[in-house]
Design a protein around this ligand. Structure first.
Ligand code: GTP
Ligand code: MG
Length: 151
């Protein structure tokens, strides 16, 4: 099954939205295979967002990601990379649909509470950046045969 990297940013943690966000992925049927809470260094944040280093907001973005606790997670499931982005909603919460995490819970683009990998390659790289191999757990959930219909 496919895996993606999801992070609850410092604003999401401070606003008490950890359970709300975890719950949306869990209820959909995705499986949590890694989770930890960490305060990333600025250097680490720069690595995470290296694709955006030419953007004018890069410095502020990295300062923000490293400003407090982040909940780092790996979620597994069929289509989880693309569908995870759908659950999250558009980058700018002013444009995210109601019903999405950012649409329901955030207001401005630089405080949009959650990160999700945008493609298979970035998912792989981000999981490797945030987690060591031993922190990822492989297991079959009891619900899987009911969700995927393989009995
Ligand atoms: P992530 O899941 O956090 O990677 O967001 P994204 O993939 O929806 O957007 P992108 O990777 O393009 O940008 C990364 C983060 O930079 C966003 O989540 C925003 O917090 C921030 N960001 C993106 N565009 C802008 C912008 O125009 N201004 C500011 N201030 N921040 C931005
Ligand atoms: Mg992105």
């Amino acid at each position: 099954l496919e895996r993606t990297f999801i992070a609850i940013k410092p604003d999401g943690v401070q606003r008490g939205l950890i359970a709300e966000i975890v719950s949306r992925f869990e209820r959909k049927g995705f499986k949590l295979v890694a989770i930890k809470i960490v305060v990333p260094s600025k250097e680490f944040a720069q690595k995470h967002y290296h694709d955006l280093k030419e953007r004018p907001f890069f410095n502020g973005l990295c300062d923000f990601l490293s400003s407090g606790p982040v909940v780092a997670m790996v979620w597994e499931g069929e289509g989880v990379i693309k569908y995870g982005r759908k659950l999250i909603g558009a980058t700018d919460p002013q444009k995210s649909e109601p019903g999405t995490i950012r649409g329901d819970l955030a207001v401005v683009v630089d405080r949009n509470i959650i990160h999700g990998s945008d493609a298979p390659k970035t998912a792989k790289d981000e999981i490797a950046l945030w987690f060591s191999h031993g922190e990822l757990v492989s297991y079959t959930s009891n619900a899987e045969k009911w969700m995927y219909g393989v009995n």
